[in-house]
Design a protein around this ligand. Structure first.
Ligand code: SF4
Ligand code: SF4
Ligand code: SF4
Length: 309
C-alpha cells in the first residue's frame, strides 16, 4: 500500500507541476507583451450598462442568487449560496448592524462582480482572458486562461474564484449575463428581483437616478453612491441606509487599482506564476493524499472481523 501511495503521490505532484511548468512557459512567452488595451483597463464607457442595487429595498429573499445559479448553469441550483465561489457568481449576505437609535437591524447585501470601469483583474491578466467590453460587462475567456490567478490577487473586491478541482484551473465570476444582454434580455438577477432592489440601465442613467433618490428621500439613504468613484468607478452601484463601512464594503480610493496591478504585473510575472503553480500542485497533492488515505481506511474497516461485505 505504501508503494501505491508513493506512486500516486508522485504522479499527482508531477501532474500539478506539469500544469505549472506549462503555465510558466506561457507566462514567459507573454510577459514581455502584455496586452496594452487590457493593461489600460479597457474602455470606461459612462453609457455602458450598469446595475443599481438599493439596499433599502432588499428583503434578502434570495431570488436573485438562485436565478443567477440557474442562468449560469451552476450545480445545486436550489441551494442558497453563502459566498462567492465557483458554484455561485453572486450571493446575498445578511448583516446585523446597530442603527442610529441603537436598535439592531438586518441589512441584506447582494454581492457580485462590480464590473469596474478600470478593472484590476483585466490589467493583471497577461493573456487577455479577462476583458472589459464597451457594453459594460467584464467577461472571461476560458480558452485563453492559463490559471495563473493574477486576477484573484489584483481584484480589490475578492471576486474571481479559482476552480481548484481542475488541474488546468479556471476562473469563475459574474459576467453581467453578457450572453443574455446580447439577446436583449436583462441579467437574470434583475429579472428575478420582486422588490425593485435591482435596477438595470446605463451607468449614466443609474447614477442620476441614485442621486435623485437620495435628494427626494431625506434620511432614507446615506449621501454616497458606492461605486461612483471607488477605484475609478464601477458599473455596479449601491445605495445604502447606513455608511458602507458598517456593511464591510472596502474603503478604496478613487484611483483605479488597475495601475497598481499593472505595476505588479510588470515587476513580477514569472515569480507570482511560479508560486501559483506550486500552490496548485500542492493542493492537488494534498487532496489526492486525503482521498487515498480515505480509501485505505475504508479498505481496512471492511476487512475487520464481522464487517459486512
Ligand atoms: S470587481 Fe474584481 S473581478 Fe470584477 S471587474 Fe472589478 S477587478 Fe475585475
Ligand atoms: S448579472 Fe448574471 S451572473 Fe451577474 S449576478 Fe446577476 S445573474 Fe448572476
Ligand atoms: S431578489 Fe431583490 S430583494 Fe431578493 S435578495 Fe435579491 S436583491 Fe434582495
Amino acid at each position: 500500500m505504501a508503494a501505491i501511495n508513493l506512486e500516486l503521490s508522485r504522479r499527482d505532484m508531477l501532474k500539478g507541476m506539469g500544469c505549472g511548468i506549462a503555465a510558466l512557459a506561457a507566462s514567459t512567452a507573454v510577459a514581455g507583451s502584455v496586452n496594452v488595451a487590457a493593461a489600460a483597463g479597457g474602455p470606461a464607457n459612462e453609457d455602458a450598462w450598469g446595475i443599481l442595487i438599493d439596499l433599502t429595498r432588499c428583503t434578502g429573499c434570495q431570488s436573485c442568487a438562485l436565478a443567477c445559479k440557474e442562468a449560469n448553469d451552476r450545480p445545486h441550483p436550489n441551494t442558497v449560496p453563502i459566498r462567492l465561489d465557483t458554484d455561485a457568481y453572486s450571493y446575498v449576505e445578511e448583516r446585523q448592524i446597530e442603527n442610529s437609535v441603537g436598535d439592531k437591524e438586518t441589512v441584506s447585501i447582494k454581492h457580485q462582480c462590480m464590473h469596474c470601469l478600470h478593472p484590476a483583474c483585466v490589467s493583471a491578466c497577461t493573456v487577455g482572458a479577462l476583458r472589459k467590453t464597451a457594453e459594460g460587462p467584464v467577461v472571461y475567456d476560458a480558452e485563453k486562461c492559463i490559471g495563473c490567478r493574477y486576477c484573484q490577487y489584483a481584484c480589490p473586491f475578492g471576486v474571481p474564484c479559482y476552480e481548484w478541482e481542475n488541474p488546468l484551473g479556471l476562473i469563475h465570476k459574474c459576467e453581467m449575463c453578457a450572453s443574455r444582454l446580447a439577446e436583449d434580455e436583462k441579467p437574470a438577477c434583475i429579472a428575478a428581483c420582486p422588490n425593485g432592489a435591482l435596477r438595470f440601465g446605463t451607468r449614466h442613467q443609474l447614477l442620476a437616478q441614485a442621486h435623485a433618490q437620495i435628494v427626494s428621500n431625506p434620511g432614507r439613504y446615506v449621501e454616497h453612491v458606492y461605486g461612483e468613484h471607488e477605484v475609478g468607478g464601477t458599473s455596479v452601484l449601491y445605495l445604502s441606509p447606513v455608511p458602507f463601512s458598517l456593511l464591510g464594503f472596502p474603503e478604496l480610493g478613487d484611483d483605479p487599482n488597475a495601475k497598481y496591478a499593472e505595476a505588479v504585473m510588470k515587476a513580477t510575472p514569472a515569480i507570482a506564476l511560479t508560486v501559483a503553480s506550486v500552490v496548485t500542485a500542492l493542493h492537488l497533492f494534498m487532496q489526492r493524499r486525503q482521498q487515498v488515505h480515505g480509501e485505505a481506511t475504508v479498505h481496512a474497516e471492511s476487512h475487520k472481523p464481522g464487517a459486512e461485505l
